[in-house]
Write a protein that binds this ligand. Structure first.
Ligand code: TYD
Length: 141
């Protein structure tokens, strides 16, 4: 488990009819105000998405259908860690500076993302070397 990355088991209300998961802002499962929701679907086979870090954004990722792998890298020289998401009650909370890549989307996969901020280009770091530099500078502060 990486610092700033946490698996969250989402509380599923199951009964004879099936499953239901409800997510609320500022709950134990979503510890931030949700300002934006987006989802990734109809992914081209073999594609890798993401390949960026965020400066302040907090996100909860849930593969609500199918499966995918979220590769997380702290930029500190340690090996990246792969988190497999393959069931709708599995959440991955990413907070702080983490380089993330989404891999291995299964056919029909739908990756839902709850985000703490509106879409803001200036919050993105899209160059890996710049990301590592910022991680190192933050360590020195
Ligand atoms: P992109 O950042 O490439 O997605 P990924 O998370 O897979 O790296 O975004 C794809 C396109 O969607 C790009 O044109 C920006 C746009 N976009 C929005 O308009 N709003 C959003 O909230 C997001 C995440 C992307």
């Amino acid at each position: 488990m990486l610092q700033n990355v946490q698996r969250i088991k989402l509380d599923s209300k199951g009964d004879a009819r099936g499953q239901l998961i409800a997510l609320e802002t500022f709950s134990s499962q979503v510890p931030f105000e949700v300002k934006r929701v987006y989802y990734i679907f109809d992914t081209t086979p073999g594609t890798v998405r993401g390949k960026h870090a965020h400066k302040v954004l907090r996100q909860l990722l849930i593969c609500v259908s199918g499966s995918c792998v979220i590769r997380c890298d702290k930029g500190d020289g340690a090996e990246p860690v792969d988190y497999s998401l393959d069931w709708p009650d599995q959440g991955l909370l990413i907070e702080g500076m983490v380089w993330r890549e989404m891999h291995n989307f299964s056919k029909g996969a739908v990756l839902l993302v709850l985000a703490s901020e509106h879409y803001e280009l200036s919050d993105y770091i899209r160059d890996y070397d710049v990301f590592v530099k910022e991680v190192n500078e933050a360590k020195e502060r």
